[in-house]
Ligand binder design. Sequence first.
Ligand code: 6R9
Length: 677
Amino acid sequence: MAEKEIVETSEAQIAVHWQEEAYFHPSARFIAQANMTDEAIYDRFRLENFPNCFKAYADLLDWYEYWHTILDTSDAPCWKWFVGGKINAAYNCVDRHLARHKNKTAIHFVPEPMGEKYEHITYQTLYVRVNEFAALLRDFCGLKAGDRVTLHLPMVAELPITMLACARLGVIHSQVFGGFSGQACADRIVDSGSRVLITMDAYWRGGTLLDHKKNADVACEVAAKQGRAVDKVLVWQRYPGKYSAATPLVPDRDHVVNDVLPKYYGARIDPVPMPAEAPLFLMYTSGTTGKPKGCQHSTGGYLAYVAATSKYVQDIHPEDVYWCMADIGWITGHSYIVYGPLAVCASTVVYEGVPTFPDAGRSWRIAQDLDVNIFHTAPTAIRALRKIGPEEPRKYNYHFKHMTTVGEPIEPEVWRWYYNEVGKGEAVIVDTWWQTETGGFLCSTLPAIKPMKPGSAGPGMPGIHTIIYDDEGHVLPQGAGKAGNICIQNPWPGAFQTIWGDRERYVRQYYERYCKDPQSKDWRDWPYLTGDAAVEAPDGYIRILGRIDDVINVSGHRLGTKEIESAALMVPEVAEAAVVPVAHEIKGKEPDLYVSLKPGFEVHDGLARKVSDAVCDAIGKIAKPRKVWIVKDMPKTRSGKIMRRVLGALSNNQDAGDVTTLANPDIVDEIRRMVQG
Ligand code: 6R9
């Protein structure tokens, strides 16, 4: 696979560059207050004790009916956890906390405009708002357990409220990242079969109140063309009572939530007891084809896993103020802004805007204002904050006990700035490696038990047994010093259940490669392929090197190269398209897009722009190519395959290597002159 070679070339250099790092140890003060200090947890979660060890996680939740079978493997590799159990996620995240914590803040909402007041939503208020909105969803929209609803909401308190209202009814939510385009939203509406779309009129980002409602119009129009009629669009208002978008409402289809809601004031809806294995939500993510995959997550297993990891890895206590900077539109936000933290009764922060606007101090000011003591972000944000304001954290009076990094590998140098400046040398750091598919953390240190090592995620979580295979299927032992394909040997409760509507793709993509027997009902025969390359040090710490497939990680966001290429191919002039990752100092990677034209078409002014716009329309601005290179021809193998490895090397100012075996070696020089000058 050409794409794989790119990863290997660039990652090999990272491996050389990152020397083994010294350990950092948690302070006695942190250990004294930590939720998990018992080293024996690793013994209790040994493979011999699988799957019964996970009972402890299920017991962090309240069940209507307790389960009878911890793991049902009869439909391998679609695993069912806690079978026979009945549970409701909203009850566990809200109702059960009322007896002791109803006046505690559940959600702190931080608006972007400096002049606007923070909103502090108590568990009692959250309970009221979730109930009323659930009543609206049930009685006004006719939604019931098992129906799917697409959400296209920005980072506002109404997003978790909407998710929890769905969960209360057993309605499966599918939140589409707010920055995605209307077209991308349409694909997810169609695939999930949603007839209701929930959006917001507008939201703030970087000083502008963006018209978000216009995306709903595009989404409905595109979905209708694909045969999926959206009959209701619910529009929350960023400023209740005031419609803030320029795009008009569509009569009969669009309903302003704040106009309909008064009918349901005071309504109380009993949470619907759902089977543990009923889907709680879908989260679409990029894969190796142009079509995003709807990862289907369960109710009982997922919630147990995110509650336990929030408690033991995030070290959340009810008295903590916890801020995860991710967007709820990604899995990190679902698991570690909404479901995990609320299940363990945290105060969780939802903030609007970006960390670097209006100034470099914004994050630290929010931390100071709210007395945040647990902080969770991604390397791309750390790099950006470090660049624009290396001294900023010192100016603010806050103290973190705990910090997380997630989403992409963190360079040890950046890690140390995070530790020394952001954490002021007081906070532990956990580097959590996991995926949309996995629901929660796969590798990380338990912060009071294992020391930190910059650049390494750490060992497998309790009950997560990693194994690294080479391409031939041989196991690379601990300390082998070689990179391989990291897999998980056993199922775990947070794992997704399948790809929505495409079981075959689920099996093929995640299990086929190292499956020992496709007929087997034994989990031991089905290692889960993560799609990442990794090395395991002699101490069992895992260092993740990057993707082995056609996925580019831009600012910690997964983009499928095929999705970008398909969008470019929609432009009439374009014959071929190839996307390669280019290293970027803040974002980690950026996509470079190469296109060649159909016969009869010439390069013209504005063509590159047109191709770039097509990508933004299809996916969203986050997929915008760094550069669109219009080339006469693509470098190709004799069998006609585009050599992305060569293009990747050129884009990254590297030597393209031996190209003599190509069908058209001359084109490489021509492209090099164009790209490298
Ligand atoms: C949670 C999330 C998953 C991919 C994953 C890997 C990369 C995530 C990482 C990391 C190195 C970490 N990744 N965490 N790489 N260190 N701590 O990010 O999910 O958006 O599905 O991305 O991100 O390549 O396979 P998702």
